[in-house]
Each structure stands twice: as C-alpha cells, then as structure tokens.
Design a protein around this ligand. Structure first.
Ligand SMILES: NC(=O)c1ccc[n+]([C@@H]2O[C@H](COP(=O)([O-])OP(=O)(O)OC[C@H]3O[C@@H](n4cnc5c(N)ncnc54)[C@H](O)[C@@H]3O)[C@@H](O)[C@H]2O)c1
Length: 470
C-alpha cells in the first residue's frame, strides 16, 4: 500500500520536528500536522521562521524547505483526519494529576479524545500510528474505541515510538540509531507495518528499521527511557560519594566509560535530569509494575526518581550552606532555565525545583537563559503553586544580558549546560559580583582551575572539597 496523505495529531516537540523530517524526505506525501492549540499552529505558520514554536538546531531549515510544499500546519483536525490514510497520534501523555494513579500513571485523556475523533470522522480505512509514549497495552484501548464508536471502517493500530532527544531532534530524526514499528501479526497488520516501513526507508536503511509485535514496541520506549535515566541517577549517586572522598566524578566517569561494556554515554553528572519524558515514563513504568503486583520491580525503578530528586535538593542545600546558612534577601543568579542545552523546553527542568527551594529560603533570583522566555519561567514557577504569582514576579527577575544578571549577585548557579556560558568574560563577571564570589556549577561546564585563578569560590557537582586543583 502506498501512502499519499498523512495526518499528525499534535504539533508539539515530537509531532512538529518528526513530521517536518518525514515531509522533507517524502516530497510525494502530503503531511498535515494539526493541533487544537491555535497559537502553536499560528507560530508554525509564521512567515518569520525564527518564530517557530519550538527551538531545535536545524529545524528552521527543514521547515523552510517543506512547509507549503507537502508539509502543512492546521487547526482543522477533522478535515486532516478525513483526508489521511495514515494518522499519527503525537499528543501529550503527562503524569496524571488526579484520581486513580495520581502522580504516577500516564494521563491518556488526550489519546482517548484523539481516538474518538478519528472514529467519528473516518469514512475510509485508516492506519493509526501511536507516536506518543504510551503504557504497554494502550493499543488495545485505542482499538476498542475505534472499533466500537467508528463508522464500520477498518483500523490498523501501529506503535512507532519516537526516540529523538530534544536539542538534537533533527539530527536524531535524520540519522536514528533505529526506528521501531510494532503491529499486529495478521496479514492486514503486516501490510500496515510495511506501509510505514516504506515511508522511513526513503532515508533510513532497512536494517535499522525494527518490526515487532505492538506490546514489545510500546514497552521498549518506556524501558529505553528508564535505562537512560537510570544511568544518570547512577553517576549522580557516585558524584555525591566523590565529593566526600576526594575522587573526581569526571575522572571516575571517564575511567568506567572506557569499559566497552559500560560505554561513555549518559555518564555526565549534573544537578539532575529533567525534561518531559524521563520522570513521567519511569513513573508510568513503576505504576504498570505495581498494577501487576510486581512491587520489587516497581521499587527498583522508583529509586531512579528518588535519587534524581535528592540530587536537585542537595544542590540547593549546598548553595544555602556555603552562603553561611542563609540566602535570605541575597541575589542568586541562575545561568540557564531549560532542562538542557539547545532546547527551549523547560518541562521538569532542575532549575525550577532549585529555584523553588531557594525561594523558600527567601532568596531573590535573577535568571538568564538564551532561549527561554520570561512568560515560560513565570508559568513554571506559578504551576508549582508554592507561592502567589505576584510573589514569584517580585522575587524572580528575568534578564536577557548575562552581565547585567550578575551585577551584585551573591552567587551564580549554572543550571543548564549552554555552550555560551564557557565563552563568557568571567573576569568581568568577577568584578561585578559581591565577594566572596561563589559559583555553583550544576553542569560542570566551566574549568575549575581557571575559575579559582580568577578568584571565584567554585564548586562543581562531583568534585571534592578536598580537591583544590579542579
Ligand atoms: N518531548 C520529547 O523529547 C519526546 C520524545 C519522545 C517521545 N515523546 C512523547 O511524545 C508525546 C508528545 O510529546 P511532546 O513533547 O511533543 O508534547 P507537547 O505537549 O509538546 O505536544 C503535544 C501537542 O498535542 C496537542 N494536542 C493534545 N490533544 C490534542 C487533540 N485532541 N487534538 C489535537 N491536538 C492535541 C497539544 O495541544 C500539544 O501541542 C508524548 O507522549 C511524549 O512522551 C516526547
């Protein structure tokens, strides 16, 4: 079966970049990305490509080439569903904030709404592709809704989880380690799988396209994120041990990472992982394990989250203790708010929680981040509901000049590993801050020796206080 018309529900961090690359590589397929968020769609259609709603290196160029040719962004969800032979569901699946499974299970209401809308509109057979990250066996629920509320047309459900990482989304999509497609083992299922394989095969070699049953595919995505996050929590646990023993976590990380059985990736100690996926996907895995009565399995994975929370807390506590046990009324400058470099996404960013802990101690915070907007930062703090929006605006200032951000600061905390921080004139910064000049490097982006030579009291995650050379 040759697909000519594709629709994607959800124009977010996954739907937007994924469909842009799919359109770039398949100029003969019409791809329409739809969303109920009018502002987001308007931004995707903005004539100035610098105003796209998502910042990713290389994304602007891809959208520039494909938009208007075979890539379209629209709020007309029903029309796009009706026209498409293949529909990707790429809506958000956040952690539930209410009812059964609150704080753990994935909230599937947007998935269910999408499935119901497809069922209502479809008058021809459709292949429905789960692009969102979903609990294992969700395809069954989607199929139930489609088969029982549809117009008698046939649906095939595929699972095609997305492995892109924000910040490198375009590169990851152009050159993925693998593409995973799960489908039914029936003849119709095989045909649907083949239709999707053909779309990817226009630029990805077939050996890298894995096909499995639906449940393996759904579960693999959760497990991949759990394994990645586990490595971060593992090295972060060791970073604390380094600090009290005189070992240096970068040296330990290099030494163990050169073991080919372990490998160097995801062994970078930091203030803790953030992002929209790791925490929610592990919590989801924990919830699934619990719901099958597998309590030891659940506890094992939950510890990854506990360790991550601990890492964020102890970073904030360390700032307070180094500043003579009080930050009340003191100005702390944050370099970075995004959960990692090269993205404007701030979901679950460590910066939010470190800020919250310091605000509890009555600190005043000034934030500089090259890509995150002022509205986003206030929205993140307001969402916590720890204090009133007015108080957040009184205690937190956002500036777009890093040198102004540092003036009269009692301490500088680095929360995101933006490359530009390395290039700052730290000598100039030193002269404008209150002495002693404290820098807390939560991402290990700066050179400790140079910072100390400049006069800073420099502390980095995983570097021992006994170790004066780095
Ligand atoms: N962000 C990542 O790095 C990443 C990576 C891999 C997988 N995922 C998974 O992909 C999914 C989407 O993540 P995201 O980061 O793109 O989320 P997102 O919040 O950026 O985007 C989701 C979009 O879906 C839209 N939407 C929700 N319900 C809708 C409906 N009924 N009709 C039309 N539009 C609707 C929302 O308005 C929003 O714009 C999640 O399941 C996530 O776990 C995310």
């Amino acid at each position: 079966m040759k697909i000519q018309n594709v629709c994607c529900i959800g124009a977010g961090y996954v739907g937007g970049p994924t469909m842009a690359v799919l359109a770039l590589k398949n100029p003969d397929i019409k791809i329409t990305v739809v969303d109920i968020n009018k502002v987001r769609i308007a931004a995707w259609n903005d004539s100035d490509f610098n105003n796209l709603p998502i910042y990713e290196p290389g994304l602007k160029e891809v959208v520039q080439e494909a938009r208007g040719r075979n890539l379209f962004f629209s709020t007309d969800v029903e029309k796009a569903i009706d026209e498409a032979e293949m529909i990707f569901i790429s809506v958000n699946t956040p952690t539930k904030t209410y009812g059964k499974g609150k704080g753990m299970a994935a909230d599937l209401k947007y998935i269910e709404l999408s499935a119901r809308q497809i069922a209502k509109v479809a008058t021809t057979d459709k292949i429905v592709v789960e692009k969102s990250t979903l609990p294992v066996r969700t395809a069954q629920a989607i199929k139930n809704i489609l088969d029982h509320t549809g117009n008698g047309v046939k649906f095939q459900i595929l699972s095609n989880p997305e492995f892109l990482a924000e910040g490198t989304a375009v590169q990851d999509l152009l050159n993925p380690d693998r593409v995973l497609i799960g489908g039914e083992e029936s003849e119709d299922g095989k045909e649907a799988i083949e239709a999707l394989v053909n779309i990817y095969a226009t630029w990805i070699s077939r050996e890298k396209i894995l096909t499995t049953n639906v449940w393996s595919s759904e579960l693999s995505k959760l497990v991949a994120n759990a394994f990645l996050a586990q490595r971060v929590s593992s090295i972060n646990a060791i970073s604390e041990l380094c600090e009290v023993t005189g070992a240096d976590v970068s040296e330990v990380s290099k030494a163990i990472g050169m073991d080919s059985r372990i490998g160097p990736k995801f062994l970078q100690a930091s203030v803790g992982f953030g992002g929209s996926c790791f925490q929610k996907d592990i919590l989801n895995l924990v919830y699934i394990a619990k719901s099958y009565g597998l309590n030891e399995v659940a506890d094992y994975w939950e510890q990854v989250i506990i360790m991550n929370d601990h890492q964020k807390n102890r970073f904030a506590e360390n700032i307070v203790s180094k500043l003579y046990n009080t930050v009340s009324g003191k100005k702390i400058t944050f370099f970075g708010w995004a959960f990692k470099k090269d993205t404007n996404d701030t979901r679950e960013s460590a910066a939010i929680y470190v800020a919250d802990a310091l605000l509890d101690e009555q600190a005043e915070i000034t934030v500089y981040d090259p890509k995150v907007s002022e509205e986003r930062i206030y929205a993140d703090l307001d969402y916590l509901n720890t204090r009133s929006p007015e108080e957040n605006r009184r205690l937190v200032k956002i500036v777009n000049d890093p040198y102004i951000a540092c003036q009269n600061a009692h301490a500088i905390a680095i929360l995101t590993e933006w490359d530009e921080f390395k290039e700052f004139n730290w000598h100039k910064i030193y002269s404008s801050v209150i002495k002693p000049a404290f820098v807390f490097d939560g991402r290990k982006v700066l050179d400790g020796r140079t910072m100390k030579q400049l006069g800073f009291q420099y502390t980095a995650i995983g570097v021992s206080i006994f170790n004066s050379t780095s």
